[in-house]
Design a protein around this ligand. Structure first.
Ligand SMILES: C[S@@+](CC[C@H](N)C(=O)[O-])C[C@H]1O[C@@H](n2cnc3c(N)ncnc32)[C@H](O)[C@@H]1O
Length: 269
């Protein structure tokens, strides 16, 4: 990597550390788009699908960018052997407080950037998951390739809740989508102010690096995984919104898309 790219990568890592240190225990309060009833349903059926893929296996599962445990705890509470990696101590500290005593033996957490972890750790996994991680990375494609390499044959890969590069099918519906976004962002800001939760959006300059390019392209993710020999089992695109009812309108009436989930499998032979 040439020096300026190395510098940029370091800056992105540093900013991610800083913003997620601030997000800490209030992360999910600040992000109701991850906890509203609409998204909870998506989360539930995705976790069930991964469990079905895993069959009798109890893991091990690696959750990259595990944060405060959004995906991690769902699998841990179902009895899987879990390893979580995140570069923010504050996010991991918050996750640790949510691990029940009965699950603690099956829980391992590492404070590291995913790039170094995947480089240095030699274990292989029955499943690797990442929720809302790729758009924070300087080079998501290299990480995707590493994930494939670290999967056991028959293993499952889940890319979850990633912002996607939007394509405009109908300019009229897109305008309605923008108006709905504008209105519900105002409601969200009022709610956060009322609850005394700061948003520090001005600090997010490079942390969401891939948003500068419009988000992550699910088609490209699928191509990278297929080139590494994985089969795509499921790809869903939908619209995530701060509030469940707004998500319902966006998905059922406007049929807009800003998020994707992708499940892939590494063949046995
Ligand atoms: C948007 S949050 C998502 C957290 C959690 N996966 C969830 O869905 O709630 C992104 C997480 O990725 C972590 N992160 C960002 N860049 C990272 C990197 N290069 N290596 C490890 N973790 C990273 C952040 O600290 C943060 O906890």
């Amino acid at each position: 990597m040439v020096e300026s790219n190395l510098e940029l990568r370091e800056k992105i890592l540093e900013e991610n550390k800083t913003v997620h240190q601030l997000e800490g225990p209030l992360y999910l309060d600040r992000h109701p788009e991850q906890t509203n009833y609409f998204q909870k349903r998506v989360l539930r059926h995705t976790v069930q699908r991964v469990c079905k893929e895993l069959g009798q296996s109890r893991g091990p599962i690696l959750d990259l960018g595990c944060g405060t445990g959004y995906l991690y705890l769902k699998f841990l509470e179902r009895g899987y052997e879990m390893t979580g990696v995140d570069l923010s101590e504050a996010m991991l500290d918050s996750l640790k407080t949510r691990v029940g005593n009965e699950d603690a033996e099956r829980s391992r957490l590492f404070c590291s950037d995913v790039e170094s972890f995947l480089e240095e750790n030699e274990e292989k996994w029955s499943a690797i998951t990442a929720s809302a991680l790729l758009h924070h990375l300087y080079d998501p494609e290299t990480i995707l390739k590493k994930m494939c390499e670290k999967l056991n044959p028959g293993g499952t890969l889940l890319i979850f809740f990633e912002p996607l590069k939007q394509s405009i099918h109908s300019p009229f519906r897109y305008q309605l989508h923008r108006m709905l976004t504008w209105a519900h962002e105002i409601a969200y800001r009022i709610e956060m102010k009322w609850r005394g939760i700061s948003l520090f959006e001005e600090k997010y300059e490079l942390a969401d690096y891939q948003r500068k390019f419009g988000g992550i392209d699910p088609k490209r993710v699928a191509e990278v995984l297929q080139a590494e020999g994985l089969e795509i089992i499921h790809l869903e695109k939908y619209c995530s919104r701060r509030y469940g009812v707004v998500a319902w309108i966006a998905n059922r009436l406007l049929r807009s898309e800003n998020t994707f989930n992708l499940l892939a499998r590494k063949p046995i032979a």
